[in-house]
Each structure stands twice: as structure tokens, then as C-alpha cells.
Design a protein around this ligand. Structure first.
Ligand code: PLP
Length: 396
């Protein structure tokens, strides 16, 4: 006799909700923040420089520019790539809207191309077909933490004179052929939101090997001013000249002190995320009604999230019902993502459904299971129990 689902009045697998993601802050992090708060500078000071150096090293890039969010990082990257009114950038629909919104901020037009069926990352062949004389940038996303086809996009960018902007908001620490994501001639952006690999509360970073792009990014995050205060003083100038239309996208020293302390634990966080993903795979690989994430050879997956695909034809319930049943068991499942162009703002601007069928079909079946470094083995076991219980109840 199957156990009654919590949604039908049965006992939930957990007493309290397990979130899908959560920050991991320890006493060292708190001490680092407090020490900075007691110091002479709480913004535009030495913690920013130290964090940027450490982040560049952690991502294998020459330069790293810290900004106030991953969204600001995307905006800065699109600006630095020279995308302007009427220009196009090709990106994936299976992303958070911040990716394509950044193109709109600069007056450009996001062009959506379809994803690969296995990894759900932007398909290089589909992206190549979407290029027009107006395309300035390629914006693939390392969905869930799995690297997209970086080499194919680098080649395409080189051949067609485009700037490659990699959205690595999910993928700090991910690798392709043993190389961390972040270096190269283009731009890579990261998010430091609390559910990401390391956090500064809110925050973002852009990395590049190109010193000219680095300089443009630094101006952009500081109102478009040609020099920062320290450089200006060193040159004996009374004011800084504004040469671009920039913003105040600066990240504070307080946040960077937290970021620096968090970065020291990145390898541990990555290892724990990997171990949780391995547990899910071992426990759920034969579970009917479910397809697990597929990992391609020669990459290190950073496991920001664990998105599964429901085999809805095998189930008597639709995704919404499975979602509600798992939430009732106190498992904080969620979705990544509704295709960006399904949002009303995009739909009202001429983006029609049916544009990217592979992404659309996947989007209707995706469900994200909890994954964060602070999860215990017992938490993982609860998720597995709840998934088996709910899918077991709804199998045809
Ligand atoms: C793929 C992707 N890009 C960009 C962002 C924006 O980052 P932030 O929330 O730090 O602004 C996110 C945030 O979740 C994201 O998932």
C-alpha cells in the first residue's frame, strides 16, 4: 500500500521546507566583514582590489572587475562589447531574463537560438544560423553549471568578428578540458547572489584577458569616469573626465571582504556540490518518470542546480501537480527556466512562441531539485525519498 502523499493529507517527508539553494556563511566570513567595517575604507578600497585579484586567479583570467550584481556584470559586458541601438546579440531562451535584458539596456535586440537537446545549452549550429549582419555578440549560458560548447563559440566569434560574452552565473569553477571558465579574448560574467557558488549578498564579476575591455568595464561601473580617485590623485588632476555613459555599479569593500573569505572555500563548495549531484544520480538513475541531467565528456560541471526532466507521458499528473506534491512534502523544488521570450514584456515585442522548440519542450518538463553545499546527506536522502514517493504515486 503506497504511502499517502502529503498533498492528500499524508505525513510530509520533512517537517520543515528544504530550500532549493542557500548561502553558506561561517564565522570566518563574519569576522572578515566585521574587520572591514572597522577599517578606514568601506568602498573603493583595498578589499575590492584583493577580491578582484583572487577572483581572476580562481577563474584563470588576467583581469576581473567586481560590480554590484550579475545583472550589472551582464550590462557592463554588453556595453564593453560595443552593442548599441539596432545591434543584435544571439543568446539562449533557457536562462534568467537578466541575460537578454542586458542587450535591451543598451538598445540592442536579443535574438534567441535553440539549445542542445542533451545539455540544454545554446546550440552552436543554431546560433550560427541566427547570425545577421547586425550581430555583434554571442551570449551562451553555462546552464546549471555545465559548460556550453566554449570552443565552438570561440571559433564562431573569431570567424565572424563577434564578441563572446559567456554567462557563467551558474558556473564558477566549471572547467573545459581542464581549463576554468573565465579567461580568453571575450568576456565572462559571474553572479555572487546567495544561491551561487560564492556570495557577497548581491554582486557580480566580469573576467577577461583583454586589457582594453578591462579598462572599459572599470569606467562603466564608475559613471564612465576615465580614472578612479587614486589614479586621478596620482596624476595631480582635480577632476576625472567622464568619457562614457556609465553607472554606479561598484561593489563595496564590505561585500568584497565577504567575497574574498568565501572564495577561499570555493574548492570545498564545489566538491560538496559534486558529491550531492553524484548521490542524486546514484539514487535516481533508474527512477521511472524522470530523466537526469546529462554531462558531456571533458568538462567539470559546477552543479549550481540539479534540473531534472519529468517524463510527463509516463505520469498521470502534469508538472504543476508534481511540483505541488513535492512542495507539500517540504521539498523546495523550483523551475529553471520559462523561455525568456515567453515573458509578457518580450511577447509584446514580437517574440512568438515556437521560436526554439527544443528549449520550449524542455521548459515544460523541467523541475529543479535542491542543491547547496550546506545540505546534509540526510537532506539529500529526504529529496530522494520524496521524489520516489511522489513519482511512484503518479506513474502510469
Ligand atoms: C544565468 C543567469 N544570468 C544572470 C543572472 C543575474 O545575476 P544576479 O542575480 O546576480 O543579478 C542570473 C541570476 O540568477 C542567472 O541565473
Amino acid at each position: 500500500m503506497a504511502e499517502t502523499l502529503a498533498i492528500h493529507g499524508g505525513r510530509p517527508v520533512r517537517a520543515a521546507l528544504l530550500p532549493y539553494g542557500h548561502h553558506a556563511i561561517d564565522d570566518d566570513d563574519v569576522a572578515a566583514v566585521v574587520a572591514t567595517l572597522r577599517g578606514p575604507l568601506i568602498t573603493t578600497g583595498p578589499a575590492v582590489t584583493a577580491f578582484e585579484r583572487a577572483f581572476a586567479d580562481a577563474s584563470g583570467a588576467r583581469h576581473a572587475v567586481a560590480v554590484s550584481s550579475g545583472t550589472a556584470a551582464l550590462h557592463a559586458a554588453v556595453f564593453a562589447a560595443g552593442v548599441g541601438p539596432g545591434d543584435e546579440a544571439v543568446t539562449t531562451p533557457l536562462t534568467f531574463v537578466a541575460t537578454s535584458n542586458a542587450v535591451l539596456y543598451q538598445g540592442g535586440r536579443p535574438v534567441f537560438a535553440d539549445v542542445r537537446r542533451d545539455t540544454l545549452t545554446l546550440d552552436p549550429a543554431a546560433a550560427a544560423r541566427a547570425l545577421t549582419p547586425r550581430t555583434r555578440a554571442l551570449m551562451p549560458v553555462h546552464f546549471a553549471g555545465q559548460p556550453c560548447d566554449v570552443e565552438a563559440f570561440e571559433r564562431l566569434a573569431r570567424e565572424r568578428g563577434l564578441t563572446l560574452i559567456q554567462d557563467a552565473a551558474h558556473a564558477l569553477g566549471a572547467e573545459v578540458s581542464g581549463r576554468r571558465l573565465g579567461g580568453g579574448r571575450g568576456l565572462t560574467i559571474f553572479s555572487l547572489h546567495p544561491v551561487k557558488h560564492v556570495t557577497t549578498g548581491e554582486g557580480g564579476v566580469i573576467t577577461t584577458d583583454d586589457p582594453a575591455l578591462d579598462e572599459r568595464l572599470r569606467r562603466f561601473r564608475n559613471h564612465g569616469l576615465a580614472t578612479d580617485a587614486a589614479t586621478r590623485d596620482a596624476h595631480g588632476r582635480l577632476w576625472a573626465e567622464m568619457v562614457d555613459l556609465g553607472y554606479n555599479y561598484r561593489l563595496t569593500d564590505v561585500q568584497c571582504a565577504l567575497g574574498l573569505s568565501q572564495l577561499a572555500k570555493l574548492d570545498r563548495f564545489l566538491a560538496r556540490r559534486e558529491a550531492i549531484a553524484e548521490r542524486y544520480v546514484a539514487a535516481l538513475k533508474d527512477q521511472p518518470g524522470l530523466t537526469l541531467p546529462q554531462v558531456v565528456p571533458d568538462v567539470r560541471h559546477a552543479w549550481h542546480i540539479f534540473p531534472v526532466l519529468l517524463d510527463t507521458p509516463r505520469l498521470t499528473a502534469d508538472r504543476a501537480a508534481v511540483y505541488a506534491a513535492l512542495r507539500a512534502e517540504n521539498i523546495g523544488v523550483t523551475f529553471h527556466y520559462v523561455p525568456a521570450y515567453w515573458h509578457p514584456y518580450y511577447a509584446a515585442r514580437g517574440y512568438a512562441r515556437g521560436l526554439c522548440p527544443v528549449a520550449e519542450q524542455a521548459a515544460e518538463r523541467l523541475l529543479t531539485l535542491p542543491l547547496f553545499p550546506g545540505m546534509t546527506d540526510a537532506d539529500v536522502a529526504d529529496v530522494v525519498t520524496a521524489v520516489r514517493k511522489v513519482l511512484g504515486a503518479y506513474l502510469r
